[in-house]
Ligand binder design. Sequence first.
Ligand code: ADP
Ligand code: MG
Length: 252
Amino acid sequence: METIISVKDLVKNYGKFEAVKGISFDVFKGEIFGLLGPNGAGKSTTLEIIETLRNKTSGKIMVDGLDLDTQVNKIKQIIGVQLQTSGFYPGLNLLELIQLFSGLYNTKVDALELLDTVNLREKAKNKYKEMSGGQKQRFSIATTLINQPKIIFLDEPTTGLDPQARRSLWELIRNIRQKGTTVIITTHYMDEAEYLCDRVAIMDEGKILALQTPDVLIDELVATGFERPKHTKAANLEDVFINLTGKEFRED
Ligand code: ADP
Ligand code: MG
């Protein structure tokens, strides 16, 4: 496994409050790496520091061989960051927004081809504000790809989406990884983490409690004698929901 991101003893204090308490982890090239943990665990802080959007208090971070302390601009060129959706001009259409962002990145991009990868080509002339929640999320993921990055960061990309939109995003994220891009994602949905992530780090109160493949983590828990209180059925309520309303992703 080739390491693409290495984080060593990362500390982030907000005033006297220690949000991240000396965590270390590596992300491998080409994997989907999940950062999991309850609200306030320090996930977004950690991501934003690696994304060069926040300053760290201490620690060492290398991104694709580049040192965060001295090579911020080079790092920016090889990473894709989800822009805050509130920053999108609601009255511009998707093509115009992509042109705008590619200008910011100082790069040229085939906007229609990019919209194709997130299944929004037909919406090219639609205004941002006219899109559904799932479409907005897909578009926001498209914006991470504008500079053809080696690594993209997705902070809770599926929060608030319906089950169909969530699944459609899973396939999109898998496709992005399929093309060789490393993905770092946070989520509160454990089924999503299990489906998508090659490895997950489980954080709480600024520390990493476990870092492994979902499979190994589950096996380790089972090996301690843990058993689910109820026998699980062959299907769950989400299966019922999908079965009744169809697997097909709906735009609205
Ligand atoms: P997560 O993404 O896991 O929910 P965050 O990284 O957003 O966690 O936050 C970690 C902790 O740091 C929380 O207790 C949060 O309130 C605090 N925090 C985050 N950003 C700031 C900030 N700019 N100033 C002060 N405290 C912050
Ligand atoms: Mg967060």
